[in-house]
Design a protein around this ligand. Sequence first.
Ligand SMILES: Cc1cc2nc3c(=O)[nH]c(=O)nc-3n(C[C@H](O)[C@H](O)[C@H](O)COP(=O)(O)O)c2cc1C
Length: 208
Amino acid sequence: MAYTPVRKVDVPNEHWDRLYSPVACAVMITTVDREGRVNAASFATCVRQNHEPTCISFTVEIDKDTYHNVLATEEFVVNIPSFDREILEKVRVVGLPFPRGVNELEKAGLTAIPGRALRPPRIAECKAHYECKVIWTKEWLHRLTVMGQVVAGSVDEDCIDKDGYAILEKLRPTHYCGRAFDNKFVASYEVMEVDMVYKGPEAQHKPK
Ligand SMILES: Cc1cc2nc3c(=O)[nH]c(=O)nc-3n(C[C@H](O)[C@H](O)[C@H](O)COP(=O)(O)O)c2cc1C
């Protein structure tokens, strides 16, 4: 795939929460090991967990390269691919079990660009990027759940409106909802305004 450069614009702290939408999607996570060697892996368990500070979690099998790198360096970068065949083919390549030390970005023909704040690179062909510092991890069921706090966010400038909200038809995030964890990716971008039909005082509550 020929990568056509699009300028990345920095996303200010107060907009990270607007852009990480919908909350759970398929992503590629980049990390580095202690020697600075780049690793990438695909994840479908990546969820935004908190608004302010914006936190993102994912779960990785124990003994995967991502597992070791996250514990060793406490940094990871979440890269969000769009619902487009070419990049999703690469998501599948990046999800293959290459030996430790292999750079999956090279195997998949993806372009590494430096992070804004942390050592793991961003993946240029992805539309949005969240650079995270690990705040806690929990081992369970032969897995490690990792919670990261976003310290930098960036996005292709044509994927956000003037208020920092995601333009979903451009960002086109991808999911696995309602599908087996295999080769069928899912997208849904419909936006619907829903009225508050309950008229009691609680209806004044504004979600934070
Ligand atoms: C679309 C997709 C989603 C995936 N989601 C997860 C996941 O959420 N958790 C996980 O442990 N592995 C997941 N995998 C598998 C990992 O990407 C795979 O085990 C990979 O080899 C790990 O790489 P690493 O050893 O470089 O960390 C997924 C694979 C694909 C293709």
